[in-house]
Ligand binder design. Sequence first.
Ligand SMILES: *[C@@H]1O[C@H](CO)[C@@H](O)[C@H](O)[C@H]1NC(C)=O
Ligand SMILES: *[C@@H]1O[C@H](CO)[C@@H](O)[C@H](O)[C@H]1NC(C)=O
Ligand SMILES: *[C@@H]1O[C@H](CO)[C@@H](O)[C@H](O)[C@H]1NC(C)=O
Ligand SMILES: *[C@@H]1O[C@H](CO)[C@@H](O)[C@H](O)[C@H]1NC(C)=O
Length: 456
Amino acid sequence: MATRSRALHRLLLRPIFSLILIFVFFTAVLHYFIEPSNEDLSITTEEPSATAEEPGIDNDVYDNPPTFDACDVGCSDNDEKFITYLPHSQFNNQRIELENAILVAYFTNRTLIVPPLVLGHISAWSTFDKLYSFLSVRLHKNNCDPNDLDTRRRGMHRTPHCSTWTMLNWQEVYNLTAIQQEERIRMITAPTFKVEWIKKSLKLTDDDIKYFKDDTLYSMMVYDDPQSITPLGKYQQRADISDFKSIPQKLIYFNSLFGGSRVLTELEEHQNFRRRILRHFVFIYPKVMSTANKIIAALGGAKSYIGIHVRVSDGPFKRGAPQIVESIVRNLSNLNSTFDEAGSLRSRKCQHDSGPINDKVIYMATDIANSRRTKEYDLLYKNFPCILTLSDFDPLLEDLTSIVNKWDNMKMYKFLLPFVDVIVSAKGGAFVGTSHSTFTRYARQLNKMFLLDEIK
Ligand SMILES: *[C@@H]1O[C@H](CO)[C@@H](O)[C@H](O)[C@H]1NC(C)=O
Ligand SMILES: *[C@@H]1O[C@H](CO)[C@@H](O)[C@H](O)[C@H]1NC(C)=O
Ligand SMILES: *[C@@H]1O[C@H](CO)[C@@H](O)[C@H](O)[C@H]1NC(C)=O
Ligand SMILES: *[C@@H]1O[C@H](CO)[C@@H](O)[C@H](O)[C@H]1NC(C)=O
């Protein structure tokens, strides 16, 4: 208790200093991604200059790609138009891209061609041609020796080692059929990243495709309300829905659609639409929800604990670790006792190295394997002794060990852990996470919906 008060006291004495540090830190983070550019949005209709195919390499190895019938929901006319995009980075980034793509498809009444979901090693954002060639040429599983565990081969120009990644259809992960049926949005699942597949399947020629080959990640921001005067922030250029509607080409091919504020939903009907879509962003992949629910039960049930996400292991998050942890400790300390009065977040006994302790139970989603021995987390564990992580529930993860991706025979265990982590942390009675982390964005969205019982 004494250590805890001292730590809090120290925090309270330094709020301004911390705020300045945090401000400087995040300004640095934003600038890290923004390259100044005064050029117009590069809109071209040329074919992506994919590097020559390596002989004998075929990425289209989904045996029976479970493709949606685009006309399930009543289309099948020559006026049908499409959009698609290039995914990049980790799961949570790809998820935001999917969310934005569904919004743009809805706004423009175009059919969304959903690219595959890559779990594990995948390229970070890059310019269109580089990213396209990485996804369509470099990312393949041929000639791969699963026993060769050289994971050092990284970077865009390398073929990522086959044990570092796997690929799914989004349709296996989220119930996209439900979104299609309920919202009358049309989607087609692409089994490959190759534009040839799209051209062949939809009988398109090069002239039918409009590429947005952005030279910065945060290129354009999509405004749903033509009257909106919301500033562009880190984005370079404004695009209104009417700009897309006037594009004659059958297919609009975006580079990245990543960005939490890239597609605005300022009109009420659009806000509601986004909320309805997000309700379907819970996992239908086998064993994910049932495993999460076992852990939640072991924690005392949904809403009976606090979920947190503390990201300190990579890039700017690593450099800003002390500020991130301080901010989370401060938020946890502020979390109101109203929860306690409401009953669900009451302090409970938890097992600690030094015996049973009475405190709030906290579930921490973390990307660090041995969090108790990580010095960045010291302040957290000092103030909140009852922190549990996924590794405390190892026996409950049993069901995940036997799941294999039929596409490449990869064991799915390590790829599914983050899914379980996000659900467990989001089902807490409150959620506190690292700012600017895409995991946090997702867990926060889910937490709101779980708390309102909008999703189960
Ligand atoms: C939306 O697209 C579909 C499929 O191309 C078309 O049949 C329908 O008329 C379009 N709706 C509107 C309102 O433009
Ligand atoms: C997906 O949603 C549809 C429509 O709501 C439903 O019939 C189906 O059972 C769902 N599939 C899964 C796997 O949950
Ligand atoms: C906590 O509750 C008190 C009153 O019960 C209120 O004055 C205070 O602002 C609340 N703090 C937070 C962080 O919500
Ligand atoms: C901390 O709490 C405030 C107010 O509840 C919230 O706006 C902010 O996003 C929280 N920060 C983190 C890191 O969760």
